[in-house]
Design a binder for this molecule. Structure first.
Ligand code: SF4
Length: 564
């Protein structure tokens, strides 16, 4: 049995939401049933001892589509299955006999040795696939079950893992990709991230949460970890008496019911951070709604309780003491994607490079590791914007690094569109997708680079392409957010299309006020028309904006015809 709390209160309303400490721990849906049977992480033994030896057909449904996620494994979409079957066909019908394997890279921090290990696994077992996700993970595809134990052996020897990379668990901890090196850093989050991972990732007490739990920690003033859309965020601030520490945010998440996180007004010292994190996770475990999965994220509990009660419960029931009040973080004044060349506090450089929509390959990652070492560095960081950063570059090695990176499809001087476009996995591999995303985004970037080559775009305009409403690539907080859906083409067949959200953004994206994008009734753009559409809207923005006005501000005040 998984660990359950021993305190059960009576439900005030009599209606059960499946909150363990209110309604009891009786499982209320099939996911809760399989999670209650055993610690889902126990499936690892069966993968190593049975399924990897006996093959894909030996895997029972409940492990394949349930517990495998706890170890970073999802079946990938069967090739050639169109978006018209999404949401209609069963998991079995949509699934291929291969897996997406998510390597969690907490804080996005990798050594060149680790990068080579991931690259080797990609080339040897994953048909050379490697996507940098917008949560600082690397995702491989085409992984056969037979290879999984050897992959884990190699990853774990290198200090990496896939444990709790997916599933109803604390996923990868986002961390500032310039932790410990930026000259203007408020506090280095590296010790806190390490402490949380060492103490709690793989721990049975957090292995059965109502749903996923996302964390983000930064001490950089650019607010570079999209803290407003995580279940918990710790954001670097300086307390007037207590010095540098963290401001605590909870309850952010996007998906189909987006909600931005709220500050609790509490100051968290570095020494207290892991304990506070564990307290918030256990609030979610004990009070989160488990009856319906689409109501199971922490944001729904926060919506019911409000920030004041949430803090009260955290302090009285989980920490046993009050936290000091603390200040809010200052608005970001620089871009949080760290693209380009910057000076570290030790005088060396960090160099932010942009792949196209996070796509790379094992071959290219291996070549990157060599290139990075030739530049005198052994450290790389992935960012929550599908970018990567090479740390510790000697100033006189920067030019050679930049030139070599270009040949690997990585650039330190991307066009505004390449820099600011993200795309989720999409129909190529994701069973929930309706449309292609990566190729659409890549083609759109290429077209816009040509069409707007002579136009000065001096403000970021983010373009986020998603294959379904789940918003892995953050539809609602993009300047131009695209939600994939099918549309009927002129010949009556299905074609890829996108519902458009306009003018979303976070404080961490240099916005005055974070907020969600607006939608226009009936506005849907096909993949083919996307370059035309984006070009038109960008030109309208440039023509109509007032001095210093951001795209998101303009999009919220613009007339509809300027946005269509
Ligand atoms: Fe898959 Fe939808 Fe997430 Fe894209 S947004 S990766 S299509 S679940």
């Amino acid at each position: 049995m998984t660990t359950t709390p021993d305190r059960v209160r009576l439900s005030a309303s009599g209606k059960s939401n499946g909150q363990w400490l209110v309604d009891g721990t009786e499982p209320l849906n099939p996911n809760e049933v399989f999670k209650a049977k055993e610690n889902p992480l126990a499936v690892r033994d069966r993968i190593e001892q049975v399924y990897a030896r006996e093959g894909f057909d030996s895997i029972p449904h409940e492990d394949l589509f349930g517990r495998f996620r706890w170890l970073g494994l999802y079946t990938q979409r069967k090739q050639g299955v169109g978006g018209e079957h999404t949401g209609k066909w069963t998991d079995e019908e949509l699934s291929d006999r291969y897996f997406m394997l998510r390597v969690r890279i907490d804080g996005g921090a990798l050594t060149t040795d680790q990068l080579r290990v991931v690259a080797g696994i990609s080339s040897e077992f994953a048909r050379d696939t490697a996507d940098i996700s917008d949560r600082q993970n690397i995702q491989l595809h085409w992984v056969p079950i037979e290879a999984v134990p050897e992959i884990w052996r190699r990853l774990e020897n290198a200090g990496l893992m896939t444990t709790m990379a997916c599933g109803d668990t604390p996923r990868v901890i986002l961390g500032s990709p310039v932790a410990g090196i930026a000259a203007d850093e408020i506090i280095d989050p590296t010790p806190v991230i390490r402490d949380i991972v060492d103490r709690y990732i793989g721990d049975e007490t957090v292995a059965n949460l109502p749903r996923k739990f996302k964390s983000a920690i930064t001490g950089h003033p650019s607010l570079d970890v999209v803290h407003e859309i995580n279940d918990i965020s710790l954001v670097g601030v300086v307390h007037p008496e207590l010095g540098p520490g963290y401001d605590l945010w909870v309850g952010g998440a996007l998906s189909t019911t987006p909600r931005l996180a709220e500050r609790l007004g509490a100051f968290v010292s570095e020494a207290d951070a892991a304990e506070v994190w564990y307290g918030v996770v256990r609030i979610f475990r004990d009070y989160g709604y488990r009856r319906m999965r689409n109501k199971a994220r922490l944001k729904f509990l926060l919506a019911e309780w409000g920030a004041e009660k949430f803090r009260e419960v955290l302090e009285t029931e989980y920490l046993g003491r009050r936290l000091p009040d603390g200040p809010a973080p200052a608005p970001a004044r620089t871009a949080g994607d760290h693209v380009g060349v910057h000076t570290q506090k030790d005088g060396r450089r960090y160099v932010g490079l942009a792949p196209t929509v996070g796509r790379t390959s094992g071959t290219r990652l291996a070549a990157l590791a060599d290139l990075v070492e030739r530049a005198g560095s052994r450290r790389i960081r992935l960012t929550p914007h599908q970018k990567l950063i090479v740390l510790d570059v000697e100033p006189d090695a920067v030019d050679e690094l930049l030139a070599g990176a270009e040949s690997l499809g990585l650039t330190g001087t991307p066009s505004p569109f390449r820099r600011n476009t993200m795309a989720c996995t999409g129909i190529e591999f994701c069973k929930l997708s309706f449309v292609n995303t990566k190729d659409t985004a890549r083609d759109t970037i290429a077209a816009l680079e040509q069409r707007l080559a002579g136009v000065e775009i001096d403000t970021p305009i983010t373009l986020n392409v998603n294959g379904c409403p789940n918003s892995c690539a953050r539809i609602q907080i993009a300047d131009i957010g695209l939600k994939g859906q099918l549309a009927k083409g002129p010949d009556g067949g299905n074609e890829f299309a996108y519902q458009v959200h306009l003018g979303g953004g976070l404080a961490s994206s240099d916005r005055d006020e974070p907020g969600l994008g607006r939608t226009l009734r009936g506005l849907k753009v096909t993949a083919v028309d996307l370059p035309d559409y984006v070009e038109r809207v960008v030109r309208n923005f440039l023509a109509e904006r007032t001095d210093g006005e951001t795209f998101s501000r303009w999009a919220h005040r613009a007339e509809e015809e300027s946005l269509r």
